[in-house]
Design a protein around this ligand. Structure first.
Ligand code: GAR
Length: 192
């Protein structure tokens, strides 16, 4: 039997996507979530990892950008793909080199609109509502050297109505993320 493809999920916050991805692949023999990495000490994603029984590890800025500790950990865990699920730092160059076209990000808007530095989570929904947009959505893409760039793998749309607030829009976006992100990861790995 082939060894399973191993994923590392990187997050900075609540971790709903990390949980959904982990639950989607639980029980699969061909793909597994090897670990969850987070870069904010009090992030709820750490508790979710514990609840899911998945190994998790906090790494700070120097581990990502100076001493190579994250890369060493990924190698130790034999990670094949890196999934960014609400991870809010630019991916370091050495990680991009170690995982060429094997880092996938989700962004809560229809890129290239509402992307770039500072455009994450609730900030995105606030900007979309403030601009009076009629639609928003999600973009799942391969990660490259810039924030929210790289080949688009998938987009899904939702309507933004005049009575939507950033919170109600966030709820619509989370539903799209739940419906599509794990499946798109699965298909991207299968077709690689
Ligand atoms: C998600 O909506 C994700 O699309 C977004 O952060 C949220 C994390 O939620 N990512 C970005 O904004 C990246 N630029 P979660 O921690 O509950 O999965």
């Amino acid at each position: 039997m082939n060894t399973p493809v191993r994923l590392a999920i990187l997050g900075s916050g609540n971790g709903t996507n990390a949980q959904q991805i982990s639950e989607y692949f639980a029980g699969r023999t061909d793909v597994e979530v090897a670990c969850i990495i987070y870069n904010k000490k009090d992030a709820y994603i750490a508790q979710r990892a514990k609840n899911l029984g998945i190994e998790s590890h906090y790494f700070g800025r120097s581990d990502f950008f100076q001493n190579g500790n994250v890369l060493k950990y990924l190698a130790e865990k034999k990670v094949d793909w890196v999934i960014l699920a609400g991870f809010l730092w630019l991916v370091p160059e050495d990680m991009l080199a170690a995982y060429p076209n094997r880092i996938i990000n989700i962004h809560p808007a229809l890129l290239p609109k509402y992307g770039g530095k500072g455009m994450y989570g609730h900030h995105v929904h606030e900007a979309v509502v403030a601009a009076g947009e009629h639609e928003s959505g999600i973009t799942i893409h391969i990660v490259d050297h810039h924030y929210d760039c790289g080949t688009t793998l998938f987009q899904a749309r939702c309507t933004v109505t005049p009575d939507d607030t950033p919170d109600t829009l966030a709820a619509k976006i989370h539903l799209l993320e739940k419906e599509h992100f794990p499946r798109v990861i699965d298909e991207t790995i299968k077709h690689s």
